[in-house]
Design a protein around this ligand. Structure first.
Ligand SMILES: Cc1ncc(C[n+]2csc(CCOP(=O)(O)OP(=O)(O)O)c2C)c(N)n1
Length: 588
């Protein structure tokens, strides 16, 4: 077996991934991975993005796969390099994002004998991958080349079929790792650029045998199935059926006449929650983050709750879902006849809508026009054009976008890494989204998350990618002020809030990014508009204060409660009493 055999097999394998529809790959340097890196980089139909850090490479691939909808390959050398892909692989598993992970490895004779960079890479990512395969070492016979092509198709189709997710192939590679001769022309693929194995799973005809008509129904739409057409179809169905649509921005469905934006603040109010008790709940996609929404759904244990999606997600921590309808929401909703809907809902939707508008007015009054974390989140969702992508970091940014974004039909696409809710890799994922998409990408991120993936900024200069990074810098983890741990004064600041005092202007300089610090809302709008119209990466820093942020969230919740119940301005605020909205504690 020669280097030529290795390269012929890898060329056929990568060619097949491209024929199936893969457009992008991420590489990282090393010796052992050289044949894989070169095979990906040299394929004329693949765009290979080079990274120094495997953790960044993995998260970049994840962002690119989210935006393109196609699997993205990521490769690295052996040893801890492969372990550094684990956070992105785990996120991809939980978020149902197709990745094709190609790790280079020592051949068997160099394992467990003291050779360098040799760790156990077999099934390294455990159950986080849908499929693991050890490629082995082979001569590039016609049979083996066909097998390599078929194997690549299997990797691709496995990643996208059913519940999407990552697959892992491990390649033991023997020296020599570079070619000593040039490869012959490749004539081993099928004609017309077709994949070796085409794959078809005909969609089942949609039929809905669930309960109907849907009197006093609500739809809860979360992230996960967020292609624009599905989101539009959900919004259109809800408007037609007069069903309130509780839409997480990650669903893309916070649009149209039935969308309810401020459910987090509305459902804090027990009187509202009780008066708006539904008879049916249709749950689409992931469970949204909002704690009051989750608590409300959990309290509806005697209500018919029906989860609908192309695969069962089991997002039901409280065991209240009574039916799983396994079909794409879009196909199903399109098949529901008007006879199954109730024409007269006696003001059901109107009542939700009126409350939502009341909440929106209260929010606007309480926030005013002073730069604050909620106002930045709300404003970005109002300003960004259709065609833009807003990538939102975990912690308070995702919660503020969920709580404060308005209903908007031509809004930006909202993406986040919410599979495992990590703050890691967010900068890299946003760059991946910028690499794979067409429109401008804006990243809304806290300072700890930015510091965590500061190396991701390398993509700005090395890969010449444009990203507008709106940084909410409260010098630490602001989310923790909302949690009981904030009372543990002896250790809170140092060990939980973790202020760092970083000067992000210097980071911008180091990584070759633009840097602006707007003073007010109008300036922020101007710099964001300029930045998204340009072709460079810019950090737009907004300084905030963690304590004041907590206080502001509390004031907004009070303002909404007072507006909903004008006779009782000190009304109970729901699960968190009179304190500010609380994040899901188990997560932070
Ligand atoms: C990889 C990872 N490590 C730790 C956490 C726990 N965590 C949740 S939020 C948070 C702080 C985030 O701070 P920042 O990004 O500044 O946002 P803010 O809380 O100020 O909104 C941390 C450490 C996590 N979610 N993921």
């Amino acid at each position: 077996m020669t280097a030529t055999d290795t390269y012929l097999l890898l060329r056929a394998f990568c060619d097949e991934l491209a024929r199936c529809g893969m457009e992008q790959a991420c590489t990282s340097p090393g010796s052992r991975c050289t044949p894989i890196v070169l095979s990906l980089a040299r394929h004329p139909k693949l765009r290979a993005w080079s990274h120094l850090d495997e953790r960044c490479a993995g998260f970049f691939a994840l962002g690119a796969a989210k935006v393109s909808g196609h699997p993205v390959a990521v490769t690295c050398t052996s040893g801890t390099a492969a372990a550094n892909l684990a956070p992105a692989v785990i996120e991809a598993h939980w978020a149902r994002v197709p990745l094709i992970v190609l790790t280079a490895d020592r051949p068997p004779e160099l394992r467990e004998v003291g050779a360098g960079q040799a760790i156990d890479q077999l099934k390294l990512y455990g159950d986080a991958t849908k499929w693991f395969f050890e490629f082995g070492n082979h001569e590039a016979t016609p049979e083996r080349l066909r097998w390599a092509r078929s194997l690549a198709c299997r990797a691709y189709w496995t990643a996208v079929d059913g519940r999407r997710g990552p697959v892992h192939l491990n390649f033991p590679l023997r020296e020599p790792l570079v070619l000593d001769e040039s490869l012959p022309e490749d004539a081993t693929g099928r004609e017309d650029g077709r994949p070796w194995v085409q794959y078809d799973r005909p969609a089942p005809a949609p039929s809905f045998s669930g309960p109907h008509p849907f009197e006093r129904a609500v739809i809860v739409a979360g992230g996960g199935e967020a292609d624009a057409e599905t989101a539009g179809a959900i919004a259109e169905f809800a408007a037609r059926a007069r069903i309130p649509l509780i839409a997480d921005p990650l669903s893309g469905a916070r649009q149209g006449d039935a969308a309810i934006a401020h459910y987090d603040l509305l459902l804090r109010n027990p009187a509202f929650a009780a008066a708006h008790r539904p008879q049916f709940v249709f749950r689409l996609g992931d469970l949204p983050t909002s704690k009051p929404l989750r608590a409300w759904l959990a309290s509806l244990c005697d209500v018919a709750q029906i989860a609908i999606g192309p695969e069962p997600l089991w997002h039901d921590p409280d065991g209240v879902v009574g039916m799983q309808v396994v079909t794409p929401a879009r196909a199903l909703l399109g098949g529901v006849s008007t006879a199954q809907m109730v024409a007269d809902q006696s003001g059901w939707l109107e009542s939700w809508r009126a409350a939502d508008e009341t909440a929106a007015a209260a929010i606007d009054d309480a926030l005013g026009d002073q730069l604050s974390e909620p106002l930045v989140a709300r404003s970005l969702c109002q300003w960004l054009p259709a065609g833009a992508t807003l990538f939102v970091a975990s912690s308070m940014p995702i919660r503020d976008v969920e709580t404060f974004a308005s209903v908007r039909t031509d809004g930006p696409r909202v993406l986040a890494n919410r599979g495992a809710n990590g703050i890691d890799g967010t900068v890299s994922s946003a760059f991946g989204a910028a690499a794979a998409g067409n429109g401008p990408v804006v990243l809304l991120i806290g300072d700890v998350a930015l510091a965590h993936d500061i190396g991701g900024l390398l993509a700005a200069r090395r890969l010449r990618l444009a990203l507008t990074i709106v940084l909410l810098n409260n010098d630490g983890g602001g989310i923790f002020h909302f949690l009981p741990v904030a009372g543990q004064r002896d250790a809170f600041e140092e060990h939980v809030a973790t202020p760092h005092g970083l000067d992000f202007g210097q980071a911008a300089e180091l990584y070759g990014c633009g840097y602006v610090r707007p003073d007010d809302l109008r300036q922020l709008q101007t710099v964001v508009e300029l930045a998204i119209g340009g072709n460079a990466t810019t950090i737009v820093e907004v300084r905030t204060d963690r304590e004041q942020n907590l206080e502001l969230h509390r004031r907004v919740a009070e303002a909404v409660a007072a507006r909903l119940e004008p006779d009782n301005p000190t009304a109970e605020l729901g699960p968190v009493g009179r304190s500010a909205p609380r994040p899901t504690t188990s997560e932070a």
